[in-house]
Design a binder for this molecule. Sequence first.
Ligand SMILES: Nc1nc2c(c(=O)[nH]1)N(C=O)[C@@H](CNc1ccc(C(=O)N[C@@H](CCC(=O)O)C(=O)O)cc1)CN2
Ligand SMILES: Nc1nc2c(ncn2[C@@H]2O[C@H](COP(=O)(O)OP(=O)(O)OP(=O)(O)O)[C@@H](O)[C@H]2O)c(=O)[nH]1
Length: 474
Amino acid sequence: MVQTIFSDTIVALSTPPGAGALAVIRLSGPDAIAITAAVFSKKSFANAAGHTLHYGALRDPNNGEILDEVVAALYRSPKSFTREDAVEISCHGSDYVVRQVLALLLRHGARLAEAGEFTKRAFLNGAMDLAQAEAIADLIAADSALSHRVALNQLRGGFSQELRDLRARLIKFAALLELELDFGEEDVEFADRTGLALLLAEVRGVVLGLLRSFELGNVIKNGITTVIAGQPNAGKSTLLNALLREERAIVSAIPGTTRDFIEDEVSIDGLRFRFVDTAGLRDNPADEVEAIGVRRTRQRVSQAALLLYLFDLTEMGPAEVESEIQELTAGLELPVIAVGNKTDLATPEAQAAFAAKFQADQKFPAVQVPLVLLAAGQNQGLEALQTALLTQVRGSALENTDSATIVTNVRHARALETAASHLAAVQAGLDTGFGTELLAADLRHALAALGEITGEISSEDLLTSIFTQFCIGK
Ligand SMILES: Nc1nc2c(c(=O)[nH]1)N(C=O)[C@@H](CNc1ccc(C(=O)N[C@@H](CCC(=O)O)C(=O)O)cc1)CN2
Ligand SMILES: Nc1nc2c(ncn2[C@@H]2O[C@H](COP(=O)(O)OP(=O)(O)OP(=O)(O)O)[C@@H](O)[C@H]2O)c(=O)[nH]1
């Protein structure tokens, strides 16, 4: 039995609340097994080996009442998720049973776990580092193949290993610099300056590569906010419905129907797009409510990561489309896809006019925007739009991502930024021949920043802010 650091035993429901086939109640801590044994009919439980399952009844010893028939899994320290003794009770998934079982365990000495407390213990007992613990929350939230893969790689320690390698290389040199410092006045240089410069450039390159991956990581984790804007009746709601393959937005033939924002998410090829349907953009809105809607649309456009400018092919010509896009995105650095709708109604001439404008380089020349023609109402041409969406995002984000690890966590990105800036300072210091002391100080700061990611260096506040974002029972 290894010494773990907590003396109390925590308990929580680890499956979602509400009725289900089963519910799993988890206990962890030095008394987990004894507390369970006190209310469990299976006499062999208290002395059973770790990683064993036990079927029996839960009984309140005070009145002999049987609460449920359950299966209890027993883990012995250190071979458990938290490294502590742990028990998982699978009972019948009724709220009533769960409440009763929890109350019984609390009466026998357990206390309710806080959000993320099991995972926090796993971290503090050395089962995983902080980046791995954070990956658990990401894994639970993962809703696409890509976000799942990135979280799993982080949970399995891929990112942590990369950081450990970086730190190990820097530590070697930091140690040499510190040695020079110990010799004080004597003018010795143990650390080979040329070698140090090379190593720094290398390490900083890796750190910058990781930082660049955050652009994609952020997209993977939070999705790409894609605003659909255009004149009333262009078919924005219809397009959103077609993309969502469900009827969510209100579709009507009266212009100005969509007054508020309707948002929904669609995963295309593992990437999450959060589509925002907006109020139609009219120069002379019919009433005050609509005017507010138009203002808010402009605001949403300014916050978007991508804009779909949708227009009715029977209503607008290429020149007008270009100038509308220009006006809408003036001052913004926003990727745009122009989408011409209602190909089923548009005359061949109208479509030819766009084709002619568009042919040059597959884009509108003036605004450098790709064009897709479709009929949202007929579900025609949606694949071309999906391809255009993926090309836009992949083009900007994936091209910048050379490292195998993708950073998805803002906290990690901040720490990497700090590390990068201190490494740049060391580099500048080497170039201008700074004293050992200054170099060593910056190197230490860079090391500390990298260490914060995996939690080698952490504060109680940081841990609290991380783990309280978990769900109860995790
Ligand atoms: N029932 C159950 N399922 C679960 C979890 C859990 O805690 N309980 N997990 C919780 O997130 C995940 C799995 N994580 C786990 C991590 C380590 C150990 C464990 O017992 N480790 C020991 C033994 C290893 C072995 O026998 O090879 C160890 O590492 O020493 C268990 C679950 C997902 N599924
Ligand atoms: N023929 C044809 N009609 C379409 C197509 N797409 C949409 N419509 C029709 O165009 C009208 C307007 O569609 P909406 O989706 O409500 O348009 P909107 O841009 O959201 O309109 P506002 O909410 O007023 O801004 C509806 O009558 C749709 O059925 C299409 O591809 N072909």
